[in-house]
Write a protein that binds this ligand. Structure first.
Ligand SMILES: Cc1ncc(COP(=O)(O)O)c(C=O)c1O
Length: 366
């Protein structure tokens, strides 16, 4: 292995990012203290194809704003896929609503439309699908179900900057959606997120709640709010990355193809491929061990770590956590217990992928 250690994730930072952040640190105060925030929000909204965007401290806080703007609270149920990062469930608990966990599709790991429909009760008020690991949710099936039952769609698109369904950003299928720019994502701002919507009323509510509930442009507090707005310095890094976003998507898609060419056809190893109407951003190339190998998933990860290759397990399915009632979602459980995210750090080149895949095959005994 020519590198000391292969990291599981990490961004692509060029002179553009360094110059832009330097500019923000040099000039981005006094009357310019919001310049990068405004440019980032405006251009990100254009990129996604929505009218409104609010840059936030994280996707979690953007998702909390969605829940608050939707008016969800005690007695309300929100349907979420069982396989995701905990924010997909915790933002509902913050407001007293109840997350209801449903199963995922075996080929895309996104919410199963059939499981969603089966879980709807009179208490269901909203649905939070997740473009997990950058594959588009099946909105062609999910939107009609939600419209039929009068349910709001508030999407967790945290890992899905650049993901398209039928040529449109997945966020455009939702009433509100959130993206993440946390440091392990494809496009980063360190920590950070973006709330997006086409609905002016929801935007105004979320915008006020993101800034302490103040009357816009004043120090008068009209309601108790939160302190969720991104800083100008953080926005400058996100803004610089946005100028390169299509290059970043292309890099991840290339990396995925290299992995797929080497591992995708091995019996017992499953890698998801994007559906024909979807452009996945491929930000987390992953494998699931379906066959009988020399080691199991955790054994593979341990031995890869011994050989200086970091990986991540697929997220644990959420309903098993102690604060929830465990649900029987067999696909989510199987993927969570047998899958790993392969290294996706931006510096990884084809030679690294060759080396990583040789190590995987050696440890598995194939
Ligand atoms: C599916 C999903 N939802 C939400 C989040 C939370 O994003 P953030 O760390 O920006 O709050 C993540 C981050 O990993 C995620 O993967």
């Amino acid at each position: 292995m020519k590198r000391e250690r292969i990291h599981s994730a990490g961004p692509s930072i060029t002179q553009l990012e360094i110059d832009t952040v330097t500019d923000a640190a040099t000039t981005g105060f006094y009357s310019n203290y919001r310049d990068y925030i405004e440019k980032f929000e405006t251009e990100f909204a254009e990129y996604v194809g929505v009218k409104y965007a609010i840059a936030t401290t994280s996707a979690t806080t953007a998702m909390h704003l969605m829940v608050l703007a939707a008016g969800l609270g005690p007695g309300d149920e929100v349907i979420v896929p069982d396989l995701s990062w905990i924010a997909t469930a915790s933002v509902h608990v913050f407001s007293g609503a109840t997350p209801v966990f449903v199963d995922i599709e075996p080929d895309t790991w996104t919410m199963s439309p059939a499981s969603l429909e089966a879980a709807i009760t009179p208490k269901t008020k909203a649905v939070m699908p997740v473009d997990l690991y950058g594959h588009a949710v099946d909105y062609d099936a999910i939107v009609p179900i939600c419209r039929k039952h009068g349910l709001m769609i508030i999407s967790d698109s945290a890992p899905a900057v650049g993901t398209l369904l039928n040529g449109k950003s997945t966020a455009t299928y939702a009433d509100m959606a959130a993206y993440s720019f946390q440091g392990a994502k494809m496009m980063i701002s360190g920590e950070g997120g973006m709330f997006v919507t086409n609905n002016e009323e929801l935007f105004r509510k979320a915008d006020q709640l993101a800034e302490d509930g103040r009357k816009p442009g004043t120090f008068w507090i009209e309601k108790i709010g939160y302190h969720y707005r991104m800083s100008n310095l953080t926005a400058s890094l996100g803004y610089a990355q946005l100028q390169r976003v299509e290059e970043l998507v292309a890099m991840k898609r290339q990396l995925f193809d290299w992995y797929h060419d080497r591992l995708g056809d091995i019996p017992g190893i499953f890698m998801f491929k994007e559906k024909p109407n979807c452009r996945a951003n491929c930000s987390y190339p992953s494998i699931v061990l379906e066959g009988d190998f020399k080691v199991d998933r955790d054994g593979l990860r341990d031995e890869m770590r011994n050989r200086n290759i970091d990986t991540r397990p697929i997220f644990p399915y959420m309903s098993q956590f102690p604060m929830f009632e465990t649900q029987d979602n067999p696909v989510a459980r199987r993927i969570a217990e047998t899958g790993i995210n392969l290294p996706t750090a931006a510096y990884i080149d084809e030679q690294d992928v060759d080396d990583i895949c040789d190590v995987v095959k050696d440890i598995l005994g194939v």
